[in-house]
Design a protein around this ligand. Structure first.
Ligand code: FAD
Length: 397
């Protein structure tokens, strides 16, 4: 951006799933916004994403579900358990979950937005409230200052906007995740079922996408080397993954071994504690947060992306209802009311999602029997139906 000072109505910081979905939801309501993305291209966080039925409901409302359905893979039905002749366990998932390449989701959202509304290579470095007008002032890396009426922070786990509104930083989790797509030239032998293998501290999920392409994800204990520069080296990522799955089925080991470096994605896991979500202020003035910037959670129930889509929809709905009245005066107060309404509607939903992932994290903890027992008890007592989070409907746009 080469303008030293700009005035804008709504600025969305971050062009990930949540930022793009929020811009699209606002657009569908006839409200213009500007998306600032620090990367030079729209990057997808991770190679593949599992979408649960609640996420699909939001995608339907955003008007992009039909397009996406053509590119995705449905995880087949039937709950069954089989005993394998290895130490690993094998579990099938239920119907209604789908997987697509994250880039397809980003593409579907971006295609519906005017090109001039997404600014790439624009990193927000700080934000404050104008002492005179109390409107947000957003400073970019190149010195540009944007005077906005509303700022929506969709800038992910390490969000500067959530720091500004006063949300605690997410904590580093004791496990990390690697995801990959493996192309099997001569076809693979995995059939069409989603499978989850676990052994000691390692969990590996595997899902065939086509008869030649397989998606997999692995969670294992985080080591000090994972926190060093080594994590950027695909050879290290593959080696550490293979080390973790020693003793797993030979075809699983081959799958991981044969993943191309550009189809591998390693990530540390960061999450906010459920009690933080229960009490945090997600709004300051007319600045608010959404997506991972609001509710970073571990990916055990594959809901971060779906919940981000729900945020986008609810936020646009609340804003559009109040902005209609704002033409009659009292603009800022009405905007703040809209943002509070959005926070109220989202708080308990993200609290329960986060609590469920928290219990799963405890249940997977092999370092303490007490924690493990607490996690299992929490899951049974509080979340009798482990899939009920997918039934949520965030309503119409
Ligand atoms: C291992 C793993 C597996 C997962 N699997 C699933 C799954 O199967 N299903 C699912 O629903 N969810 C899944 N998730 C969660 C999901 O990926 C996230 O919840 C989702 O990507 C959040 O979207 P977001 O837009 O809020 O954040 P992000 O996708 O992180 O996007 C934030 C964007 O903001 C930009 N940005 C950051 N700071 C600035 C700044 N200062 N200025 C400008 N731009 C900035 C970043 O470059 C980025 O593009 C998974 C997460 C992980 C870690």
């Amino acid at each position: 951006m080469n303008v030293s000072e700009q005035e804008q109505d709504i600025v969305i910081v971050g062009g990930g799933i949540c930022g793009l979905a929020t811009a699209l939801a606002l657009r569908r309501k006839g409200i213009k916004s500007m998306v600032l993305e620090r990367s030079e291209t729209l990057r997808a966080a991770g190679v593949g994403i599992i979408m649960q039925p609640n996420g699909w409901r939001a995608l339907d409302q955003l008007g992009v579900a039909a397009k996406l359905r053509q590119t995705c893979t449905e995880i087949p039905s039937k709950k069954k358990k089989k005993k394998k002749k290895t130490q690993s366990k094998y579990i099938c998932q239920e119907r209604g979950i789908t997987l697509f390449e994250t880039v397809e989701l980003m593409k579907a959202l971006t295609e519906e937005l005017p090109v001039e509304s997404v600014y790439l290579g624009c990193r927000a470095v700080s934000i404050l409230l104008d002492p005179l007008t109390s409107n947000p002032l957003l400073q970019l890396h190149d010195g540009t200052v944007i005077k906005a009426k509303i700022v929506i922070g969709c800038d992910g786990v390490n969000s500067i906007i959530s720091n500004f509104v006063g949300v605690n930083s997410p904590k580093l989790f004791s496990r990390c995740s690697t995801r990959g797509f493996t192309y099997c030239e001569g076809g693979h032998s995995f059939g069409d079922k989603f499978r989850l293998y676990s052994s000691n501290d390692v969990t590996l999920g595997q899902l065939p996408v086509t008869d030649k392409l397989v998606y997999w994800f692995l969670t294992r204990v985080l080591t000090s080397q994972d926190l060093s520069d080594a994590k950027k080296d695909p050879t290290y990522i593959t080696k550490a993954s293979l080390e973790a799955i020693k003793g797993f089925l030979a075809e699983i080991v081959e799958l991981v071994k044969n993943t191309e470096p550009n189809a591998l994605y390693f990530t540390e896991l960061r999450c906010r504690a459920p009690w933080d979500l229960g009490r945090a202020k997600f709004r300051k003035g007319t600045v608010v947060v959404a997506g991972d910037a609001m509710h970073a959670m571990c990916p055990f129930i594959s809901q971060g992306g779906g919940a981000s889509l729900e945020d986008a929809l609810v936020l646009a709905r609340c804003l559009s209802e109040k902005l209609k009245q704002a033409t009659e005066g009292g603009g800022k107060r009405l905007v703040e009311e809209a943002l509070d309404e959005y926070v109220r509607e989202r708080r308990m939903r993200v609290f329960w999602l986060s609590l469920q992932t928290y219990f799963i994290g405890l249940a997977q903890d092999n370092t303490s029997k007490v924690k493990k027992a607490l996690g299992i008890a929490g899951l049974i007592l509080v979340f009798g139906d482990q899939r009920s989070h997918t039934e949520y409907d965030c309503g119409r746009l």
